[in-house]
Design a protein around this ligand. Structure first.
Ligand code: SF4
Length: 466
């Protein structure tokens, strides 16, 4: 959960400005939606409230991926209702408003994912946009008039809820796949890729504003541009197409670390690893495999499930030997037998993935997978999860041990007098491990060379080298 902690400023004009509280649940894609809503509201002169009580209205951006996430969203709505009472709900769960209205009939409005304008217009109804005579009477058109209310950084990149040195770059909305356990396409629709020049312009603005690491996100990054038939645009004396590999090539020249998330193992993805080997993109790929057993993958209807994934992984590592592969898995999927699960464990042993998340299958209302039989009993899911994690923990610990003695670049996230916490190319924020760094005068956003001195199952320790 991300709650804004923006301090209120004290001058009289701003004290009169309406204030908005906001809570953002769910994945980085939802966080980017929240940033977009806040950018619009800030541009109109709204202030952000660090708590619900002082806000004129509270926005809850919900997650609807799993039933447990929906429960968490309902709880957050309940908290906001109790503390404030004027609540607008948006996000994935807003695509199915009945559940929300049934539990909280006094919610002011429910809008679906990506309905930024609808959220903002609901905010206008409860707390009209402030009138600022110094801005509103300037006879300049549209955005130029509005943006003068934003700080310099906000004017260039919008409101960001991540630390200044890293940012999520969302390249598309929706998804053309139909995995049986997932209701995202129902909630967010089919794939709609942003034109590549828009994405590159945003990346350039981020780097100018001090971003050191760009995290490329979407529902299916490898499918980028399929919907627009790889639409081409003139860009810096050349033509670029809205296409995965062209985006990667352009981002490799942008002047920041670029990390790729949600990339499926299609053959065309192989082209990206030479760029990693040349040091132009971070040697890191987040590819959610979810399982290895052909029967389970078929039941899941996973994209690229017919690809020979182990062969692909070996090929990727050959092309970029320092590659970190991150993935997520589900155990206890309906129909998963002990043989399927053992197949997954054997596969994991061979794949030797670097970073792994594992979830026990959860029923999601409206997902097709609910109909697959038989469902795996909870205690079996639990037992499989522990076996899976024990295996992966051993793999991870052994891999990190091998890094002791090596020197690597680390991006500092937080710092104190004697050192700080940072991340190497192998660590995405929030989901992977970190490097505990000893060294003086470190600041968030610094990239320093560190010699690794110790390792445990997930994290490293090291010292700054001159
Ligand atoms: S790829 Fe599958 S799991 Fe991911 S958003 Fe699309 S349908 Fe859902």
């Amino acid at each position: 959960m991300t709650a804004t902690t923006v301090k209120k400023k004290k001058n009289t004009k701003e004290q009169e400005s309406p204030t908005v509280g906001i809570v953002s649940l769910g994945c980085p894609k939802a966080l980017v939606d929240t940033e977009r809503i806040l950018t619009q509201l800030r541009s109109e002169g709204y202030q952000l409230s660090p708590n619900y009580e002082d806000a004129n209205v509270v926005i809850v951006n919900t997650c609807g991926f799993l039933d447990s996430a929906k429960e968490e969203s309902l709880e957050a709505i309940g908290e906001a209702m109790a503390a404030n009472g004027k609540v607008i709900v948006t996000g994935c769960m807003g695509a199915e408003p009945e559940q929300i209205m049934k539990k909280y009939p006094k919610v002011l409005a429910v809008t679906g994912p990506q309905q930024y304008e609808a959220v903002v217009s609901e905010v206008h109804k409860v707390a009209p946009a402030p009138h600022d005579p110094f801005v509103d009477l300037v006879p300049a058109p549209g955005e130029a008039r509005k943006t003068s209310r934003l700080s310099e950084v906000e004017q260039s990149v919008g409101v960001k809820l991540t630390p200044r040195h890293y940012a999520y770059l969302k390249i598309s909305e929706g998804c053309n796949n139909r995995c049986t356990f997932c209701i995202i396409p129902k909630l967010r629709g089919d794939l709609v890729s942003r034109p590549i020049i828009q994405v590159l312009a945003e990346a350039e603005r981020l780097v100018k504003a001090g971003t050191k690491e760009i995290l490329v996100i979407s529902q299916d990054t490898s499918a980028y541009g399929i919907d627009s038939k790889y639409q081409a645009f003139p860009y810096k004396n050349r033509t670029v197409r809205t296409k995965f590999i062209e985006l990667c090539k352009e981002l490799s020249e942008i002047g920041a670390w670029t990390r790729l998330h949600y990339v499926y193992p299609y053959p065309h993805v192989d082209e990206v690893f030479p760029l990693m080997q040349e040091g132009k993109l971070l040697p890191y790929i987040d590819s959610p495999f979810q399982h290895a057993s052909p029967a389970v993958l078929k039941n899941m209807r996973r994209p690229a499930h017919q690809e020979k994934t182990l062969d692909r992984i070996h090929g990727w590592r050959k092309a970029a030997p320092d590659l970190t592969i991150r993935s997520t898995f589900v155990v206890g999927f309906p129909g998963e037998t002990e043989e399927d699960f053992q197949f997954l464990l054997d596969w994991m042993q061979e794949a030797q993935l670097d970073r792994v998340g594992c979830f026990k299958y959860e029923q999601v209302t409206g997902a097709e997978s609910n109909k697959i039989q038989p469902h795996v009993p909870e205690e079996v899911k639990e037992e499989r999860w522990h076996r899976f994690m024990a295996l992966q923990q051993g793999i991870s610990a052994a891999k990190l041990q091998k890094k002791i003695g090596r020197e690597m670049l680390v991006l500092i996230d937080s710092a104190g007098k004697q050192g700080g916490l940072g991340r190497s190319s192998a660590d995405a924020p929030e989901i992977d491990g970190h490097v505990k760094v000893t060294g003086k005068n470190l600041k968030p956003g610094d990239i320093v060379k560190v010699k690794i001195t110790a390792a445990d199952e997930y994290d490293l320790e090291g010292k700054v080298v001159a």
